[in-house]
Design a protein around this ligand. Structure first.
Ligand SMILES: [Zn+2]
Length: 282
């Protein structure tokens, strides 16, 4: 009886002070105590709540979907921020889940990914570009670090790939220069200093390569070897493809080596003498 009376009193109080009650209820539901209580209630009545909300959804499907969409449109930024926060917080778990589902059926996952990429290509590319622009300095840093760490492997791989596709690459490069004359010109003008440094570096390297070749030999006629720098290449079979000393500027070591193997080395004296004899015989 007392309970009933109390209930009545409460009801009356709520009706009279509606706004005040709602306000205080809101406050309570957001307080730690209120949240704990809500959680407790949920755990206790989980099945009931879920089945109820499922039933509600089935009954009011269209209405719920429309309302959801409206809510999402209205609170887009908030939802994205919350989503991002959640993903950052649960990164490891989500990644593990994703990996597991990917490995469960790799072919299906790949097909799905491909289809998605194909459908949203422009959007994805734009987003990727934007992200790269935003994280440019970090990416460069990481790239450098990675390169330093894997220097040998990278250079080995790139050499391998270059030698495998050499002809194709050269052809493509030649074609590119011819169809992009203006761009090439502009690029060269823009990177003049850098290109000169690179060219000098190559020239130095190839110069050393040729010098090492000379150092291991001597004049084929008189055996002179005191200053290998002055030894000269002489084509014995009149099959000269190019001048070796000028090829240092622009040809590959392998090509230069092939040409050097066609020659004998002579000191300047013997070289002049040989050509003098040839002229005399004519
Ligand atoms: Zn000589």
């Amino acid at each position: 009886m007392a309970d009933n009376k109390r209930k009545q009193y409460n009801q009356k109080y709520c009706e009279n002070n509606k706004e005040k009650v709602i306000e205080s209820n809101k406050k309570y539901s957001k307080s730690p105590k209120g949240i704990a209580k809500k959680k407790e209630y949920y755990q206790k009545n989980k099945d009931k709540i879920i089945s109820r909300s499922c039933n509600y959804f089935i009954k009011n499907r269209d209405r719920v979907l429309i309302r959801n969409r409206q809510y999402r449109e209205k609170n887009r930024d908030k939802i994205i921020a919350r989503d991002r926060q959640y993903r950052l917080k649960n990164r490891d778990i989500l990644n593990a889940k994703l990996k597991a589902s990917y490995h469960e059926d790799i072919e299906l996952s790949r097909a799905k990914n491909r289809a998605y990429l194909k459908k949203n290509r422009a959007r994805i590319m734009a987003r990727r570009q934007e992200w790269r622009e935003k994280n440019k300095s970090r990416l460069n840093e990481e790239k450098k670090e990675y390169y330093v760490k894997n220097k040998e492997r990278i250079s080995m791989l790139s050499k391998k790939s270059y030698s495998r596709h050499r002809e194709k690459k050269l052809q493509y490069q030649k074609g590119y220069h011819q169809t992009h004359l203006e761009q090439t010109k502009e690029y060269r003008a823009r990177n003049r200093g850098r290109l000169r440094i690179r060219k000098n570096l190559y020239r130095e390297r190839r110069g050393k390569f040729v010098l090492d070749y000379k150092k291991a030999r001597c004049c084929a006629n008189c055996g002179y070897k005191e200053y290998p720098e002055i030894l000269q290449f002489h084509h014995t079979k009149r099959d000269k493809s190019f001048d070796i000393s000028s090829a240092i500027g622009n040809k590959d070591e392998a090509i230069i080596k092939k040409e050097m193997d066609k020659c004998i080395l002579l000191c300047p004296n013997c070289h002049f003498w040989l050509h003098f004899q040839e002229k005399k015989i004519k």
